[in-house]
Write a protein that binds this ligand. Structure first.
Ligand SMILES: [Zn+2]
Length: 431
């Protein structure tokens, strides 16, 4: 039998080395050492890491690449970012949103990022961004899974037409119910919005993902309501709480009650470390809070935590490059969690965990899964987080859709080697 593609001498995320990956009809048909078969295309992974594609389960594609339009965020706060986005919104055009989103997806593919959950603002009665991103979703489908969340950026109750627009967006084909309880006018309105949005998700049989407690206010406790409602309605893994930054500032006794409640509800938590660490703590002098949910404690309890990117060059964040390993790298530092086991987890938190958040089918490196994977210029997943290495090849449904030459430096130093491969620095004795 002739294969469409064979990748030889791969190291897998679970640590197995010397593996060959056989691909036929867009699916993985075997993973084992020494596969002897003809193949239309052969790629020698050279012992490098081959991983399933990166997944970003928290992003804003309607705002990406708009940095500087119509001006820059001077204070660096979430609230000025929201105000700035409010200034830009009436100026958006269908064509410009599509062009920026497609351009962003090009960059994402080059980085091996092949699935994105994007919130899309529905607080614009034209629903211009919704229409534009639904078109983008269809256009990128051959190479990137785009899932959309109906996101009432200006508040489900605070924005007079948000409730109606949210239903309209879901009717148009937006996949997931969104919300922003901490941005409602009062705590009570925030609580009511969580209940209303969970009811919509339950009634429509949809997933729900709320921006929740993105604040340094230790009394912002909407995650408690989200967990309780998800539990009552049986939403379980269909529900996710994004950000949860107020948890950083909460009283630890209260957190000791909250975390078991989140675990019991069975919902996902999504931290966005690049954004959380830059937007939060802005009103502090010193010490400055980090504004990150309590990831090590949540992991220890068994709560599934994924990491998202949130923003790339938009009103909230001027940096970013569609590199989910930047996100993992920041999480390791900011949490902090530097054990070998925790760094391995950080890689999973930008691959398999967010794939579960999005409910991606046939995702992973196993027989029968889609032949979607990335070859990285790194020895293993810890090295990938350490170096954020070159994506040598990106494969979607068995076809190579992006390639980048390996990084190699030449040296001119007396008595030293003439060239250097950064991947060769993988520690031999660290375990
Ligand atoms: Zn967000």
């Amino acid at each position: 039998m002739s294969l469409d593609l064979i990748v030889t001498n791969a190291t897998l995320p679970d640590g197995r080395t010397g593996q060959d990956i056989a691909v036929t009809g867009g699916r993985i048909t075997a993973i084992e050492p020494g596969i002897a078969a003809e193949a239309a295309q052969r790629i020698d992974a050279g012992g490098h890491l081959v991983a399933p594609p990166f997944v970003d389960c928290h992003f804003h594609m309607d705002a990406t690449l708009s940095l500087g339009l119509p001006r820059l965020n001077q204070s660096g706060t979430l609230l000025e970012g929201i105000a700035l986005w409010g200034e830009l919104k009436p100026m958006l055009t269908h064509e410009a949103v599509i062009e920026r989103a497609l351009r962003y997806c090009d960059l994402a593919v080059s980085q091996g990022l092949l699935a994105v959950r994007s919130h899309v603002d529905i607080c614009d009665d034209r629903l211009l961004a919704v229409e534009a991103l639904l078109e983008v979703k269809a256009r990128v489908k051959p190479y990137l899974d785009l899932q959309l969340v109906a996101f009432p950026q200006d508040g489900y109750y605070r924005s007079p037409t948000a409730a109606r627009n949210l239903e309209r967006a879901l009717d148009m084909g937006v996949d997931v119910v969104g919300g922003i309880p901490h941005f409602e006018r009062t705590m009570e309105d925030g609580t009511a919005s969580v209940k209303a949005l969970c009811a919509i998700a339950a009634k429509r049989g949809l997933m729900i993902d709320l921006h929740c407690d993105e604040s340094d206010d230790p009394h912002s406790r909407h995650i408690e309501t989200l967990a309780a409602e998800a539990h009552r309605l049986g939403l379980g893994r269909r529900a996710a709480g994004s950000h949860l930054t107020s948890m950083h500032s909460m009283d630890s006794y209260y957190v000791s009650k909250l975390l078991p409640l989140i675990l019991e509800a069975g919902i996902f938590a999504i931290a966005n470390p690049l954004i959380n660490i830059t937007l939060q703590g802005r009103h502090d002098t010193y010490p400055k809070r980090r504004g990150l949910m309590r990831i090590p404690e949540m992991r220890a309890l068994g709560i599934p935590v994924a990491l998202g990117q949130d923003c790339v060059m938009d009103p909230w964040y001027g940096l970013g490059g569609a590199d989910m390993l930047d996100v993992a790298h920041m999480a390791v530092h900011a949490a902090p969690m530097t054990s070998r086991e925790a760094i391995r987890w950080a890689f999973e938190a930008v691959t398999s965990v967010p794939a579960a958040v999005m409910g991606l089918e046939d995702y992973g490196l196993a027989k029968g899964c889609h032949a979607d994977f990335v070859i990285l210029q790194a020895a293993d997943t810890i090295e990938a987080v350490r170096m954020r290495p070159t994506r040598l090849a990106v494969v979607r449904r068995g076809k190579v859709i992006a390639q980048t030459p390996a990084r190699r430096s030449t040296l001119d130093l007396p008595g030293r080697p003439a060239s250097l491969d950064p991947a060769s620095y993988a520690p031999k004795d660290a375990g």
